[in-house]
Design a protein around this ligand. Sequence first.
Ligand code: AMP
Ligand code: TRP
Length: 333
Amino acid sequence: MEANQKIIFSGAQPTGSLTIGNYIGAVKNWKALEEEYQCLYSIVDLHSLTIRHNPEEFRKTCLSFLVQYLACGLNPERNILFFQSQVPQHTELAWILNCYSYIGELNRMTQFKEKSERHKDNINTGLFTYPVLQAADILLYQTDVVPVGEDQKQHLELSRDIAIRFNNIYGETFTVPEHHIPKMGAKIMSLQEPEKKMSKSDENPYATIYLMDAEDLILTKLKKAVTDAENRVAYSDNQPGIKNLITIYATISGIEPLEIQEKYDGKGYGAFKKDLAELLIETIRPFKTRYAEYMANMDYVTQIYKSGAERATAMAEKTMKKVKENLGLINLK
Ligand code: AMP
Ligand code: TRP
């Protein structure tokens, strides 16, 4: 790591499989930042424990997530790619930060409210303190910037508040992180209910496109995507379904939404959806090839996460020393 290089941290929960929402809102930007910053990209497996998993399946999903990161082009040499659970300092710091966050502020987290509404049978304590573990993920590395989608803004603000609070009591301990939320594509919507975020865990199979979806399935999902009766490819709030599809097109192609609107003037939804399917399929094809290559080379993948955990641990340990010192805990010499 170069001296004074700024630090980036981000992560995704290994449940299901990466969606084009995850890609556009997060992973695509992770890739764009990898040259300029020292980036740590984690598979936040401990966060996923707030829901129940079959252990065999979960192990596969976790590895598949790392391989999906690699498939999206994240450079395993430049970036530190690792499993959160392999760096125990995350949970160590989370405990400490629990003592510097308030029940009132955690109660206000919209994700907690939504998830406890959806999983009434399993409102576990982990779900409640989830944002504190997230703050620990970030603060542990003296992170400057956190690239995420729109839905994580509130969690990021809490991480900042905790860092400022701690620094005010004990002196400069943590870097106060900034979020990095893309101007366009920070919230890709469901293809079936365009007023709702596209999610990994949507029950409707046509709501979400996964990076690993088969090519013909991508076309089918787009054909079935909810639009409206206007039959006009317009980037307008009155047409949320088509607006979402234009956003996907624009972020993937780099073409401005209004240019796309002009291009499809008078052409109707069918042609637009077909072209969008083609664009997505072409974009994702090299990911799938890389995915298969890495899957066939698990020894290399193992090396990547081992080395990731070692590099992350070395950085994490520096922060933990400082935290313990500042708190008055006795460090082992
Ligand atoms: P998650 O799927 O909740 O683990 O999210 C991983 C990353 O993807 C986070 O930075 C999210 O903000 C981002 N993300 C998730 N869903 C979307 C979406 N529909 N649109 C844009 N970004 C998203
Ligand atoms: N809560 C994030 C999500 O659901 C995942 C996450 C955990 C994360 N720790 C993080 C994102 C730290 C950014 C930084 O998307």
